[in-house]
Design a protein around this ligand. Structure first.
Ligand code: DAH
Length: 357
């Protein structure tokens, strides 16, 4: 038995691979293996002999089996080590710049708008996209019965029956950030609020999610003239033209009084848009002097403070500036489109460095 033991343990230790191990297993403890044959001999022994030999044989079988398992494990570990060595990767090597990613036009335009207004002293404010209907409507002087409320194609958040928390909506515009900013910082204040907004609408010029940037400036003596100057500076810088003519068209928004929609002079000659020349007008934003009710919602005293607000569609001005024909393509994640219309990721737009190189 000792010979058997030495023979197999030595052979197992020397086995080069799993196939060799399997051969050894069959030879030793397989059905017709040497140890198994010895076990068969037990039947021919006397009871006393069997009592000595039986446990010894069982122990030998166990010992060989566990040597086989241990060796199998060791061979597996060695194979894995070998594989890891060949698959080793130096993660400190510099990357390949074969197909660098690009900045989405919406992100690019948001950065451009931010750079322009930052230069005029506006800071960036943000608000939640799931908004209470008070911030989205009431605080902005849009009461429950107001037609604007129905016109907005609002997405309402689901509420269980008996839930009496105030209703929430996906914000339909960035204007509620005006209220939150006034409440938080008081007056004077100068902010822009870029972000996502939502309306239940889908066709070539509408997507259920789109982007706006809101502007708000409140001080003691801010007038419509300041609004006009700011927007002119913005349009010139954004479209990168020296001269633009703006047209302020009387309009109505519940949150401003008076209200104006702003058009820019343009031409569509030859099918391409040129800003600043021609005989056409293109509407680009809504604006006005902040309504006293809105100031009050923001805890600001309208007898002491006044100011202007405006709202611009980011997607729309991105399409105009970069000649992008279909709004829906913005949100298709088509790689070819993204490579074509995307911007170099390290070119951060600034007024001195260039907005849209
Ligand atoms: N909130 C308006 C909209 O979504 C846009 C707007 C118009 C914002 C006039 C303003 C404003 O701040 O003064 O259509």
């Amino acid at each position: 038995m000792d010979d058997l033991r030495d023979k197999y343990l030595t052979a197992i230790a020397a086995a080069a691979d799993e196939a060799a191990l399997e051969d050894l297993r069959v030879q030793a403890v397989g059905k017709k293996g040497e140890v198994s044959l010895q076990m068969r001999e037990l039947g021919k022994m006397t009871a006393e002999e069997r009592q000595v030999a039986g446990p010894k044989l069982n122990a030998l079988k166990d010992e060989i089996n566990s040597a086989l398992n241990a060796k199998k494990q060791a061979l597996g570990d060695a194979a894995l080590d070998e594989r890891l060595k060949t698959e080793w990767l130096d993660v400190t090597l510099p990357g390949h710049r074969r197909r660098p990613g690009t900045i989405h036009p919406i992100s690019q335009v948001t950065e451009e708008v931010t750079a322009i207004f930052a230069d005029m002293g506006f800071s960036v404010a943000e608000g939640p996209q799931v908004e209470s209907d008070w911030y989205n409507f009431d605080a902005l002087n849009i009461p429950g019965h107001h037609p604007a409320r129905a016109e907005m194609d609002t997405f309402y958040m689901h509420r269980e029956e008996g839930d009496n928390r105030p209703p929430h909506v996906l914000r339909t515009h960035t204007s509620p950030v005006q209220i939150r900013s006034m409440q938080e910082h008081g007056a004077p204040i100068r902010i822009i609020a870029p972000g996502r907004v939502y309306r239940a609408d889908y066709d070539q010029t509408h997507t259920p999610m789109f982007h706006q940037v809101e502007g708000l400036a409140i001080d003691k003596d801010i007038s419509m003239a300041n609004l006009k100057w700011c927007l002119e500076e913005f349009v010139k810088a954004f479209f990168e033209v020296d001269d633009v003519e703006l047209r302020f068209r009387a309009s109505h928004f519940p949150f401003t009084e008076p209200s104006a929609e702003v058009d820019i002079r343009c031409s569509w000659e030859g099918g391409t848009l040129k800003i600043g020349e021609g005989d056409d007008w293109l509407e680009i934003l809504g604006s006005g002097m902040v309504h006293p009710h809105v100031l009050r919602s923001g805890n600001i005293d309208p007898n002491e403070w006044q100011g202007f607000a405006f709202g611009v569609g980011i997607d729309r001005i991105a399409m105009l500036k970069y000649g992008i024909p279909d709004l829906r393509a913005f949100f298709d994640s088509d790689l070819r489109w993204l490579r074509h219309y995307g911007f170099a990721s390290l070119d951060v737009p600034t007024l001195h460095g260039g907005l849209s190189r």
